[in-house]
Structures are given as structure tokens and as C-alpha cells.
Write a protein that binds this ligand. Structure first.
Ligand code: WT7
Length: 660
């Protein structure tokens, strides 16, 4: 029996449509297993073959993988290439010059299209402009931009001149922006006058001014400002320059800076379980290889596709599946400035209908929000729109619950489109575990099987592999090309956080729990095993939020835990002890509001706690350690069944059970 046939025997599996299998890049499970076997047999030969086939090299590499300084792996290191050349020039040469690269829809519905030729020109002009400011290879450039073609162009322009970009999501505060600028040691900042979302503007330039004025950002020599709205901004004539002025009179050709495959393409900050956000550093060659390959494998991208990833370029999903992956394979994509619920909750469906999108990639939290809206108001139901252009759906960022999966499958995909539930992380650069749409039979709620060449496993605390059916830690046993290379400026944190000694020092620890199905071997992600929360697919460190809270004058102590939430997956719940007596009634509500706003200002609106509870104290062990696992139980309004005999002050639990 073939592998495909044997999987078909399992009840509950949803096979991909025959038509899809027939035309897919990886067609059928036997093709999937053949690729896995190729990787298993000769790992380096496998990756070498793919890297030669899917990327354009200026100078080919001779060594595929250098493990001599593990876990600081090097891929294709003596090969040279340019990422922007691969994304743009390659498309001018292969007949895609006049193809639409990006069809951008603004918050208010205005559409702007740009061809590969035009995007190439824009990127070259901006790259030359940056060079004229003295920005060059190895410099860091922070990008604090709204969703805009210019945001993609800014990233590509950095890649073109060998500058390493660090995009900071537009929803982060001045303080968060400042911290990232300082950590990256950036020489330039690219921002916009304002960002527009759901009809409201956010003054990005003013926030950036704040960040720079706070001190510590002296490394920034120039600030480039994209005019999005024309709203009022203060321009410091010695430091600030309009993006259109910078680009004017620049040559529309810019010779790419050829860099080693290991050259840092970007740093992207993400939350960990301890301390400040870490700068996840990605490479040029290995990263781009996987961005391009997963476009072809997971998304089965064809020339006729209209691809739409709804993520923001401020997150890894936007980096890999807006800025780099789609352009590297010459796709036509939709880019959206706004939010799914404006002007109403049918915005996504209207946009799919209008642009005839064929591949749609979004987050479970968005799906759950739109399910609620469709239930409340029939006019918002996807069934009201012509979504027949769709042929493939994707999910990313958090576990998708089977109910949301089925709704997405039936109502958006018309029970015709496979769903790729893609598990990956900022650190992995691209998809790690996901169904292949023309091969893998699907199970709602499971991300199924690792992509060919990704050696994922479930292990215990000692690194021993667990049998199927037993939950444990998700690891990846061998390095892969698009993995992070280090934590910017902090190699010890890279080693300790991702390659712990207990697991042997060379096994990548994802930070998620996972379990494999007894019969199929399919992976299901059970959630983070560290102090990282996932709120609406946004990753938040509990420690960061705690530090922000204790920086408030009223707060003596704070503990942050995750609480289950039907829409956002997890919600932030905080337990606070004030320096004064425990507040009650209206006063408690007012202080809670003040603290929420405070966190919003310190970190960004995405970190605002959903719930705040006040206590005279927090549950602690006799050695003074806060027992967060008990707080988690309380936050979820469950009965405490754990052993509390080691608690110093069990009486406090009654007080903390009560929500405001
Ligand atoms: C964390 C990574 C992946 C890019 C966007 C988020 C969770 C991500 C899935 C999925 C279950 C998922 C994990 C992971 N996660 N995708 N398909 N199923 N969980 O990147 O901000 O680095 O967050 O998101 O917990 O560790 P990120």
C-alpha cells in the first residue's frame, strides 16, 4: 500500500481534492515522502540541490553547511548573492517585468498597483537615496512604517545595499521603538507621517520623534519620512528628509551589493520568557531559500495565483510572506493597509471577491472575530460574497480550534480549498510543520507533518524522543537554512535559549509543547511551555509586561498570566499589589484603567491587559517565589486543585479569585 493510501485509512482525515493533487508542486504523499527520504539520505546534498535550483547566485557556494561552531551554523557561506536581486531583477529577466507585483488596498479602499519593473525602479531609487545618506553594507536601519508599498520597498532597498533592517511594528510605543533602535545600533530610521487603520490615524513620526528625544538613540543620523496622509509633522532640517525628496533625481538603477549568504538580512525583535525582547537575526541565502520554497510547496504558488497574506510587515509573517517570499517567486499579491472589521466585518470577503484572490492566509484570531460578526449579522457572512476564486486557505500564528477550522473550510473555502495550518516562529524564518495542500490529508486543529527536510520531533526534558501519543517538547533535531543565526549582540542568549545543554546543545528548542497522533504521527501544538503569551497571534513576554507595570509609581508587585479567550486565543490577566492598600469599587476600576493605559504607553496597545485583579499580596512559596501556575488557574476561574501546601499565604487565593 502506498503511503497516501495508508493515511487514507484513518477516519477523520480530510483528503485534498483530486484536482488539486494533480496539479500540485508536491503531488501526493508519495512525493512528500520521497523528498523526506532524499533529505534523510544526504542532508547536505538535499539542501544544496534546492539552493542551487531556487536562488540566483552571484558566486555559487562550495560548502553547504558548516557545523564546526555549532549551534552557530552557517549555510552556503562562501556563496554570494543579493536578496533584492533575487526578488526583483530576476523577475525583470524572466518575463515578469510587467506583471503586477503588489496590488495595494488602502484603509479607505483605494487600490494602487505596482509592477515588478516599477517596484524595481522604486527600490533602486530608494537604495541610491539611502546610499547618498551614507548608509551602507552592515549598517542597521530601523523601519517603523505602516502597511504600504513603500514599507516593502524600504526593506528591499536595505537588502539591495547590504544594510540590515529591523522593522518595528507600527503598534509599538515610543519606548519600545527606542529600545529596539538602541539595541540594534541603527544609523537611520525610515518612518511615515501617519498610519491609517480603521479610519483612524496614528502619528508615527511624532512617536518616532519621542523615541529619539528620550536619549540613547544618538546612533541615528537620518530619519526618512514617507508621506502617507499629509498630516502635520515636525521636520528637523538637519536630520529628517522626506522619502520622495530623497528618491527624486536618484538613478533608477542600483548595482546590488553582493553579500555572503550568511550576511544578516534583518533583525526582528520578539518576546522571550525573560528580559527585554531579543533581536532574532536572519541570514540572506538560507532565509530567502526557504521563503521561496515554502511559497511553492506550502502555498503551491502558480503564475495564475493572486496571493493574499493579511499579516503586517512588522511581524515575521509579513517579512517572509509579503516582502520576500512572494517577490522571490514572482507572485502577484494583495497588500492591505487596514483591519478586517472596517468599514465592516465583511471587508476580507469583499476584498477576496474584488481582487479574485486565489490564496488567502490569515490568523485564527481574525477568523474567530469574523465568525462572531457573521453570526450576529447575516450580511457579514462570507456566503454573501463570491469567493469562488479561492483555491487554498492558510492559517498562522496560533493554534486554530477545530470549530474555527471547519467554519473557515466550509464557509470561506466552500469545502473545496485545502487549509494549510502552518506552524512556525519568528526564529524559524518560514513554515516548519504544515500540510502540503496537494498531498497531506488534513485534520482540523493539527498542523500535521514537518515540511521535507525539517527534522521535527517531540522529546522529554532530557531530549529523549517520546512515542506518539505522549506530549512533550517540540524540537528540531537538525539545523535548517532559514533558522535564526543568533540573538543580535547576545550569542549567549541564543545558545541558552534555543540550544540548551540538557538537550545536548545542538537541538533547537521551539518553546512549544506538542503531541503526535498515535496513528498518523501528526503534530498538534499544545501551546507555549515558557512564559510567553500568544494574544491574537501576537507574541508577548509576561516579564516585559510585569516590568512595565512595576515601573508605575503605584505598583509594588505584578504577575502576568495568560487566560483563555474565545476570540484572541489568550488574553493578558494581571495580578497587582499596590504600594498602598488594596483598592475597591470605582477606585479599583479607575486605577485598573490607568494601569492599562500605562502598559499601552510603555509597550504598545497590543500589550494592554484585558483583566486586572488587585490583591494585598500574591501567592508565594516560602522562598518568596510567585506561584504563577496557581494564578493561571485563578485567571481562568477554575478551582485550585494543585498542592498549595508550599504556599506561604494560602488565604490570599480567595481575594484573587474575584475579578473586578
Ligand atoms: C509562536 C510563534 C508563525 C509566525 C507568526 C507568529 C505559535 C504559530 C502556529 C500554529 C499553533 C502556532 C507558537 C509559536 N504558533 N503558528 N499554526 N499552530 N501555534 O510568530 O510571533 O514568533 O510566534 O506562535 O506558539 O511558538 P511568533
Amino acid at each position: 500500500m502506498s503511503a497516501t493510501d495508508s493515511l487514507k485509512q484513518h477516519p477523520g482525515l480530510i483528503p485534498p481534492p483530486e484536482e488539486f493533487i494533480k496539479n500540485a508542486a508536491i503531488s501526493g504523499m508519495d512525493a512528500y515522502y520521497a523528498l523526506c527520504a532524499e533529505a534523510e539520505q544526504d542532508y547536505c546534498a538535499y539542501w544544496s540541490r534546492l539552493a542551487r535550483k531556487h536562488l540566483a547566485w552571484q558566486k555559487p557556494f562550495s560548502v553547504t553547511l558548516d557545523e564546526s561552531n555549532a549551534p552557530f551554523y552557517k549555510w552556503f557561506e562562501d556563496g554570494t548573492l543579493n536578496v533584492s536581486f533575487n526578488c526583483l531583477d530576476r523577475n525583470l529577466e524572466n518575463g515578469n517585468a510587467d506583471r503586477t507585483a503588489i496590488r495595494f488596498e488602502s484603509d479607505d479602499g483605494e487600490v494602487t498597483s505596482i509592477s515588478y519593473r516599477e517596484l524595481h525602479k522604486k527600490v533602486c531609487e530608494l537604495a541610491n537615496g539611502l546610499k547618498s545618506l551614507g548608509v551602507g553594507k552592515g549598517d542597521r536601519v530601523v523601519i517603523y512604517m505602516p502597511m504600504a508599498i513603500e514599507g516593502v520597498a524600504a526593506m528591499q532597498a536595505c537588502a539591495r545595499i547590504g544594510a540590515t533592517h529591523s522593522v518595528v511594528f507600527g503598534g509599538f510605543s515610543a519606548k519600545s521603538l527606542q529600545e529596539r533602535i538602541i539595541d540594534a545600533g541603527a544609523v537611520a530610521l525610515i518612518t511615515a507621517d501617519e498610519q491609517v487603520r480603521a479610519g483612524k490615524t496614528l502619528p508615527l513620526k511624532a512617536i518616532a520623534d519621542d523615541a529619539l528625544a528620550n536619549g540613547g538613540c544618538e546612533s541615528i543620523r537620518k530619519v526618512v519620512v514617507y508621506r502617507r496622509t499629509g498630516g502635520a509633522v515636525d521636520m528637523d532640517v538637519t536630520r529628517d528628509i522626506w522619502l520622495h525628496d530623497l528618491m527624486a533625481n536618484q538613478s533608477s538603477e542600483c548595482e546590488p551589493e553582493w553579500v555572503s549568504a550568511e550576511h544578516p538580512l534583518f533583525i526582528l525583535y520578539t518576546s522571550g520568557s525573560t528580559g527585554t525582547p531579543k533581536g532574532v537575526q536572519h541570514s540572506s541565502g538560507g532565509y530567502l531559500l526557504w521563503a521561496a520554497l515554502t511559497m511553492k510547496w506550502t502555498f503551491d504558488l502558480k503564475p495564475s495565483d493572486i496571493f493574499w497574506c493579511t499579516a503586517d510587515i512588522g511581524w515575521i509573517t509579513g517579512h517572509t510572506y509579503i516582502t520576500y517570499g512572494p517577490l522571490a517567486v514572482g507572485a502577484t499579491q494583495i497588500m492591505f493597509e487596514g483591519v478586517p472589521t472596517y468599514p465592516d466585518a465583511a471587508r476580507f470577503w469583499k476584498m477576496i471577491e474584488k481582487h479574485r484572490a486565489t490564496i488567502f492566509y490569515t490568523a485564527p484570531t481574525a477568523i474567530r472575530t469574523l465568525i462572531k460578526a457573521a453570526n450576529a449579522e447575516p450580511a457579514m457572512h462570507p456566503g454573501q460574497f463570491d469567493l469562488t476564486s479561492l483555491r487554498l486557505l492558510g492559517s498562522v500564528g496560533e493554534p486554530i480550534n477545530p470549530e474555527a477550522w471547519m467554519w473557515y473550510y466550509k464557509n470561506v473555502g466552500g469545502a473545496r480549498c485545502p487549509i494549510v495550518d502552518t506552524f512556525w516562529q519568528t526564529e524559524t524564518g518560514g513554515h516548519m510543520i504544515s500540510p502540503l495542500p496537494g498531498a497531506t490529508p488534513m485534520v482540523p486543529g493539527s498542523c500535521t507533518l514537518p515540511l521535507p527536510g525539517i527534522m521535527a520531533a517531540v522529546v522529554d526534558e532530557t531530549g529523549a524522543e517520546l512515542p506518539n501519543g505522549q506530549g512533550g517538547l517540540l524540537v528540531i533535531k537538525r539545523p535548517w537554512p532559514s533558522m535564526l543565526r543568533t540573538v543580535w549582540g547576545n550569542p549567549d542568549r541564543y545558545r541558552a535559549g534555543y540550544f540548551p545543554e540538557e538537550l545536548g546543545g545542538t537541538t533547537y528548542l521551539a518553546g512549544d509543547g506538542a503531541i503526535r497522533d498515535k496513528d498518523t504521527g501528526y503534530f498538534t501544538i499544545t501551546g507555549r511551555v515558557d512564559d510567553v503569551l500568544n494574544v491574537s497571534g501576537h507574541r508577548m513576554g509576561t516579564m516585559e509586561i510585569e516590568s512595565a507595570l512595576v515601573a508605575h509609581a503605584l505598583v509594588a508587585e505584578a504577575a502576568v498570566v495568560g487566560k483563555r479567550d474565545a476570540t484572541t486565543g489568550e488574553a493578558i490577566c494581571v495580578f497587582v499589589v499596590l504600594k498602598r492598600s488594596r483598592p475597591a469599587g470605582d477606585e479599583a476600576k479607575q486605577i485598573a484603567k490607568e494601569l492599562r493605559d500605562w502598559v499601552g504607553k510603555e509597550i504598545g496597545p497590543i500589550a494592554k491587559p484585558k483583566e486586572i485583579r488587585f490583591g494585598d499580596n500574591l501567592p508565594k512559596t516560602r522562598s518568596g517565589k510567585i506561584m504563577r501556575r496557581i494564578l493561571r488557574v485563578l485567571a481562568n476561574n477554575e478551582e485550585v486543585t494543585q498542592d498549595i501546601s508550599t504556599l506561604e499565604n494560602p488565604a490570599i487565593l480567595e481575594q484573587l479569585k474575584q475579578a473586578l
